[in-house]
Ligand binder design. Structure first.
Ligand code: SF4
Ligand code: ZN
Length: 309
């Protein structure tokens, strides 16, 4: 297999794009694709101040690397969840995120949940009855809260996350199976800050296959945490990803087509009349100041409150 650009030996063959590339041209191609997504969906400009949520995994670190190479102003945010597992998941991922930032002289902000709130995520989940065996609901809530708060306090204009196409297609698949219209309305590469105190959220890797990002991290020499979070095992999202991978093996490009035609249908007006009614009234949480739809304290402060009870 030869590189389409230079005829040298190809190292990556993307059946979904009918494209094979050598290392040099692959490392050029990926940032160019990400730049296309940024422009196509008007995610942000060079004037924006970005904060990238980094978990220490291949997607978020590669995203930060790409934004840095493309000349965007991007700092990192690492959230220490206190998840140890057998391999010291949180410790390893923090170390790799810190190492990445030092190597590129980039600024990494760290919020350690245990230091900040007195309990780890698994403990918060258990004490607040939000999942004794699987702390994912509590974890997701805490991460969303901390990311928005860190971005707001740091005067960032955009929060970027490393969701790739496989993530987005799996979420879309789940939302479609349940016709979860309120989620389908909000699923997009860009979520505007449509209320005071909320930050614009973007997913610049939404058109990149997971496999493409793994190849990018590997060829770029990015040291990332290979293990998934121990609580990810057996999740529905992973099951949907496996189903979609079977489809993709039979029909290269099916995943991308599924996601992109959904975005096109939305641009064409699908869900339009539902958007206004989906915007709920927000007020600021009296304890932390974050915007919330809950009647009094926000869901996060409520959850944390239960852990100290
Ligand atoms: Fe949090 Fe791990 Fe669950 Fe992901 S899999 S939401 S990191 S607990
Ligand atoms: Zn609050």
């Amino acid at each position: 297999m030869r590189c389409r650009k230079c005829g040298q030996k190809a190292v990556v063959n993307m059946r979904q794009h009918k494209l094979a590339l050598c290392k040099e041209h692959y490392l050029e191609w990926v940032p160019a694709q990400v730049e296309r997504t940024i422009l196509r969906y008007r995610l942000f400009t060079h004037e924006d101040k970005l904060i990238v949520a980094v978990s220490g995994g291949k997607d978020s670190l590669s995203l930060w690397d790409i934004l840095w190479r493309l000349g965007y102003q991007a700092e990192g945010l690492y959230i220490g969840l206190g998840i140890h597992g057998e391999t010291g998941y949180s410790e390893t991922s923090r170390k790799l995120a810190e190492q990445f930032a030092i190597q590129r002289s980039l600024n990494l902000r760290i919020v350690d949940v245990l230091e900040e709130y007195g309990s780890t995520i698994p403990d918060i989940a258990a004490k607040s009855n939000r999942g004794r065996n699987k702390p994912c609901a509590a974890c997701g809530l805490a991460k969303r809260h901390i990311m928005n708060q860190a971005a707001r306090i740091g005067n960032f204009t955009v929060l970027a996350t490393g969701h790739n196409l496989d993530d987005e297609a799996a979420i879309l698949f789940g939302n479609t199976l349940h016709w979860a219209s309120s989620y389908l309305i909000r699923q997009a590469p860009l979520l505007e800050a449509d209320a005071e105190g909320l930050i614009r959220k973007v997913k610049p890797l939404c058109r990149m296959y997971e496999r493409e990002m793994a190849a990018y991290a590997l060829l770029r020499g990015i040291d990332y945490v290979y293990e998934e979070c121990p609580f990810a095992t057996g999740s529905t999202t992973i099951y949907y990803k496996e189903l979609l991978n079977k489809l993709e093996a039979e029909q290269p490009g099916a995943k991308l087509n599924f996601y992109l035609t959904f975005l096109q249908a939305k641009e064409g007006g699908l869900f339009n009349e539902k958007v206004d009614s989906a915007r709920e009234l927000l007020h600021n949480c009296p304890q932390c100041g974050e915007p919330t739809t809950a009647p009094t304290l926000c869901a996060f402060c409520n959850m944390i409150g239960k852990t100290s009870a």
